[in-house]
Design a protein around this ligand. Structure first.
Ligand code: AMP
Ligand code: MG
Length: 507
């Protein structure tokens, strides 16, 4: 493996100079490795011959060496931030290097934190170690959870100072996605009346990522809006089902491919609180956990407005957006049902789920631990000696192991009453099989998610030059459904100090 064997392509650059500025990354002084994703390297064919251990890779992925075939650029976009039109934004600290072939097509490789661009505005073009580690870990964790997301190949760090609330140090994340095009790219060309560019961008996205939109009857751009809405609905359902809060759902942070992108003040819920606000800067709670699906719709509406110049009639946009209102709740109910061990969706399921969520909210039950224990309550009964010797027990799952779930509630009788309803629903499934259902639940409800305090501990160690805790956490997050002996601490309740962690937009 050497430089010359990499074949870089540049589809986005083919759109022309209205879409970006070509520039060089700013070198990062004395770079060192912070983290690498072997899984991502393998998908890009970068794992052979120790390439990801080479100085060449270290220099390339910290922005110090532009490899032959790379064509670095920063793209221009605009967007709505916290509900207000923010005008031109753009890649203020991200630099696209080009694409490398991936298993399902070309993948864009982007350096985040690689220096100033024409779109840096007041920023310094840099990213700090703390937020770079969080983005790196979460990208790979989300992928392992099966949630559409940009990926991360590696993080490099440097002693170079970066000034935020305190002096911190610089880092660069190498991000990977089929495309980093955002809703904000479309808004940019619509709001600046560059309709030829708007059309070119929409055609680019359709041709490369949504080719079926071309073949359908009617306006292809309305079809694109509907397809983006459908993907966004699925992603949002997955966020809600796993307890993920994005934190900054501005339209410039919304992927046209429905990917989770731009990891900032995100958080996985600890104690369940539907109104949880993870971003310390979000004083109004616009991006609270339970508002995310509606905010996604608001953002899709902004995308629809941006696409209006390409439609024959505004009604087409409204019709394209309409399905989101039923797709999102349906996708969410399907996923919540799967978390409960249900193999299909029936009429009473929404109420059953809502009643549970109310109990969990009232008692601030730990979100991840609840679902994992519930899964075990079904799975373990089928492997217990009692179950094996007395087959009748199989039909009566979850009597004894449910204690561990019950213990999570303060108002246990209320939980018991709910559990009776749940058990009835579970057992009424034709051919119910506790072992198979439990195994499915254990593959649906993760054992470990990237809780704030886990990231924080990895960051503290990395600041001291110890990257082993980060690597251990990364390894566990890459297998979130597995019980990993020796790593039980990563699946435990958060410590009290976790509540004091404040994550803001500062990154
Ligand atoms: P975000 O909401 O964090 O995704 O960023 C919003 C906008 O601010 C984007 O255009 C970013 O590129 C830009 N930005 C954020 N931080 C910096 C920075 N340190 N330097 C330059 N631009 C930045
Ligand atoms: Mg952003």
């Amino acid at each position: 493996m050497s430089l010359s064997t990499l074949t870089w392509t540049h589809r986005f650059a083919g759109l022309g100079p209205a879409f970006f500025t070509e520039l060089q990354p700013t070198p990062l002084p004395s770079p060192h490795w912070v983290g690498r994703s072997r899984a991502m390297a393998r998908e890009l064919g970068l794992h052979e011959d120790g390439f990801m251990d080479s100085d060449e890779a270290l220099q390339a992925f910290s922005g110090n060496r532009v490899l032959p075939g790379m064509r670095p650029l920063a793209s221009v976009y605009s967007g709505h931030q916290f509900g207000h039109w923010a005008g031109q934004l753009g890649d203020g600290r991200a630099i696209l290097l080009g694409e490398l072939p991936g298993p399902h097509g070309p993948l864009e490789i982007q350096l985040k934190g690689a220096g100033l661009t024409p779109y840096s505005r007041m920023g310094d073009g840099r990213a700090v170690l703390r937020s770079s580690i969080r983005e790196f870990l979460c990208s790979e964790a989300m992928h392992a959870l099966g949630i559409p997301s940009s990926r991360a190949l590696c993080v490099t760090g440097s002693p170079a100072p970066v000034y935020r609330e305190q002096v911190e140090t610089a880092a660069v994340v190498t991000r990977v996605a089929p495309s980093f095009i955002r809703f904000g790219h479309f808004e940019h060309f619509a709001h600046s009346d560059q309709h030829a560019q708007l059309r070119a961008l929409a055609d680019f996205v359709i041709d490369n990522f949504y080719p079926v939109c071309r073949d359908m009857d009617g306006n292809p751009y309305a079809a694109l809006l509907e397809a983006v809405s459908a993907r966004t609905a699925e992603t949002l359902a997955q966020w809600q089902a796993v307890g993920f809060c994005h934190g900054v759902m501005n339209t410039d942070n919304m992927s046209i491919l429905g990917l989770t992108i731009d990891y900032g003040p995100f958080q996985f819920l600890d104690a369940f609180d539907p109104g949880h606000i993870c971003n310390h800067s979000d004083t109004g709670g616009r991006y609270a956990y339970n508002r995310q699906p509606n905010i996604a719709y608001w953002n899709l509406f902004a995308l629809g407005q941006a696409l209006l110049p390409l439609m024959d009639d505004p009604q087409q946009a409204l019709e394209a957006l309409e399905p989101y209102k039923t797709l999102m709740p349906a996708a969410l109910q399907r996923r919540m049902g799967a978390k409960l061990g249900l193999s299909d969706v029936q009429d009473g399921d929404a109420v059953l789920t809502e009643d549970l969520m109310k109990l969990m909210a009232r008692d601030a039950v730990d979100f991840t631990i609840f679902w994992r224990r519930l899964s075990h309550a079904v799975a373990d009964v089928s492997v217990s000696p009692a179950a094996a010797s007395a087959p009748a027990v199989r039909a009566e799952p979850v009597e004894a192991p449910l204690h561990a779930v019950r213990d999570l509630f303060l108002q246990r009788e209320a939980f018991d009453a709910w559990a009776v309803r749940w058990r009835q629903r579970l057992l009424a499934q034709p051919g119910f099989d506790a072992a198979a259902t439990g195994a499915r639940m254990l593959r649906t409800n993760p054992q470990v998610v990237l809780r704030n305090h886990l990231g924080e501990l990895a960051i503290r160690a990395a600041r001291e030059g110890d990257f082993a805790p980060l690597a251990r956490l990364q390894n566990v997050l890459e297998q979130p459904f597995e019980a990993l002996p020796g790593h039980e601490d990563l699946a435990d309740f958060p410590p009290d100090w976790a509540r004091q962690i404040e994550i803001s937009c500062s990154s």
